[in-house]
Design a protein around this ligand. Structure first.
Ligand SMILES: *Cc1c(COP(=O)(O)O)cnc(C)c1O
Length: 361
């Protein structure tokens, strides 16, 4: 029998979540973001979950080629652009659209020869200060690209720092949107702007394209819970109890003896650890479900195992089913307990975890 640790991936949940992204901003077209192996769900599964998107966006050029090989003929966008001049041949051959965020990339384009018009997403650094041209350098970059016969459509792109956080006063969302609008005023081009947070929380922000990622997988980008947004979890991480211990007051559990019993208690050992993608920094008290009952982890997460409190799960036994996150236990709840976000947990699902496809609803 294989190890009971399995990630159940629900393609219909992704389809449902994509529909929500589209309905939120009906006037916009949708790039479904499939980077990082579709946020840990598997590229090919992400493709099936998001087949109704207008385009697929990702970071990894080899995965973009794979999407073409899997039969995707609609647009593909490389969100970080290309990295090296040799990538341009691939971009041309597979008709990949790409972000252009620096003059070095434009210089590489100027040196190249292409069979098809390049579809460029000119990226502005509208205040996040990662990739992109500053607002005052944006038009010059636009004009330089526009002058190139190899360049076809140019789309205006930026990325929002605080779409999930209405209270951010360091850099309010609308200040950033205003900067972008001011610096693009008068340019006759489409706009590619909103992530999941903007799609869900700020559908009023005018854009021709939205770029939802986390919401497709049933995680919240912030603001409200995923369930309040009507999103369904696309990944449920499950395992089973493989060992049990009765301990008494003063007994300690696991490495570092981080948890000590204050009275008699029953401990369950779950076949899932940080080598499966469960966060090692999850503290005592992180929620987990055993046989449908919500309980807590106790003791340090180890490579292959977690220990859980079964004191209030009287029916628990060897073989009891365990849900680490997903259906019945929002990934965001586990992430919050562990001081991280759902994004990091799903992306970190380890390759050794068996994947099963099933509709959870
Ligand atoms: C990852 C990414 C997104 C998707 O963000 P979510 O918060 O997951 O919706 C959108 N745009 C860019 C440029 C990204 O890198």
């Amino acid at each position: 029998m294989p190890r009971p640790t399995v990630a159940i991936i629900d393609i219909t949940a992704m389809q449902h979540n994509l529909e929500i992204a589209k309905i939120q901003v009906p006037a916009a077209r949708t790039w479904a973001v499939l980077k990082a192996n579709a946020y840990g769900h598997g590229l090919e599964r992400g493709l099936r979950g998001c087949a109704q998107a207008d385009g697929l966006a990702l970071i990894e050029i080899d995965a973009a080629v794979r999407l073409r090989e899997l039969g995707w003929t609609k647009p593909i966008l490389l969100l970080e652009g290309f990295f090296d001049v040799s990538d341009l041949a691939v971009v041309d051959a597979y008709r990949l659209e790409f972000a252009v965020h620096c003059n070095e990339q434009i210089a590489m384009i100027e040196q190249g020869r292409f069979d098809a018009p390049l579809q460029v997403h000119l990226k502005m650094n509208s205040g996040m200060n990662r990739l992109g041209f500053k607002p005052d350098a944006f038009r010059a970059a636009y004009d330089r690209l526009r002058a190139l016969p190899a360049v076809g459509k140019i789309t205006l792109m930026t990325h929002l720092a605080n779409a999930d956080d209405a209270k951010n006063t360091t850099f309010p969302l609308m200040d950033q949107v205003q900067r972008f609008r001011a610096a693009t005023a008068g340019l006759d081009a489409e706009i590619n702007l909103s992530n999941s947070a903007a799609d869900l929380l700020h559908p009023e922000i005018k854009t021709d394209w939205v770029r939802p990622g986390i919401m497709l997988y049933g995680g919240t980008p912030g603001g409200k819970s995923a369930a309040e947004f009507g999103l369904l979890p696309a990944m449920t991480l499950q395992s089973a109890i493989i060992g049990m211990q009765d301990i008494v007051v003063g007994d300690a559990i696991g490495y570092g003896s981080r948890f000590c019993a204050e009275g008699p208690m029953k401990i369950g050992v779950v076949a899932c650890g940080y080598a499966d993608g469960y966060p090692r920094h999850a503290p005592n008290g992180t929620p987990i479900i055993v046989d449908g009952v919500k309980t807590r982890i106790v003791g340090r997460v180890s490579m292959d195992m977690i220990t859980v409190d079964l004191t209030d799960v009287p029916g628990a036994h060897i073989g009891s089913s365990v849900t680490l996150w997903g259906q019945g236990l929002p990934i965001d709840e586990v992430a919050q307990a562990a001081g991280t976000i759902g994004y990091e947990l799903m992306c970190a699902l380890a390759a050794r975890v068996r994947i099963v496809e099933r509709s959870a609803t």
